[in-house]
Design a protein around this ligand. Structure first.
Ligand code: IDP
Length: 139
């Protein structure tokens, strides 16, 4: 089943660099509707919970430190074929491999500080959205 929602975070490096507005503009121009949006600061523990699926990966500890190093924006987005289309819009995990014009190509600094998150499946989009937003915060 293909749902019409995905979940994103604008990561600490992009927020600190003042790129949040430019990134949200690209997202809206690509046809995504913002269903929910908040600025928040993760604790290291909370970042670890979000990325629990990566707990065994060598970069997990660094990733948790990085994701709790400064405020982020969390957002739920809506569009037909949202998960796949958003992954195309943001580009490859490693900005060195990201296609021209993608958000990561434009704004990411490294494979870790790669500007944005995008859900990788409809199931994870729903789980990740509910990690940050109650049903009454989604319009
Ligand atoms: P994705 O965000 O493109 O789906 P994942 O493999 O799910 O990529 O990794 C989650 C996040 O972990 C990445 O966005 C990036 O911030 C970080 N990450 C992934 N691979 C590495 C790595 O090899 N070194 C450091 N950080 C990494």
């Amino acid at each position: 089943m293909t749902t019409n929602r995905t979940f994103t975070m604008i990561k600490p490096d992009a927020v600190a660099d003042g790129n949040s507005g430019a990134i949200l503009k690209l997202i809206e121009e690509a046809g995504f509707r913002i269903v929910a949006l908040k600025k928040t600061l993760l604790t290291k523990e909370r970042a670890g919970e979000f990325y629990a699926v990566h707990a065994e990966r060598p970069f997990y500890n660094d990733l948790c430190n990085y994701m709790s190093s400064g405020p982020i924006y969390a957002a739920i987005l809506e569009k037909e074929n949202a998960v796949a289309d958003f992954r195309t819009l943001i580009g490859a995990t490693n900005p060195a491999q990201a296609a021209e014009g993608t958000i990561r190509k434009l704004f990411a600094k490294s494979i870790e500080a790669n500007a944005v998150h995008g859900s990788d499946s409809d199931e994870n989009a729903a789980l990740e959205g509910s990690f940050y937003f109650s049903k009454t915060e989604q319009f």
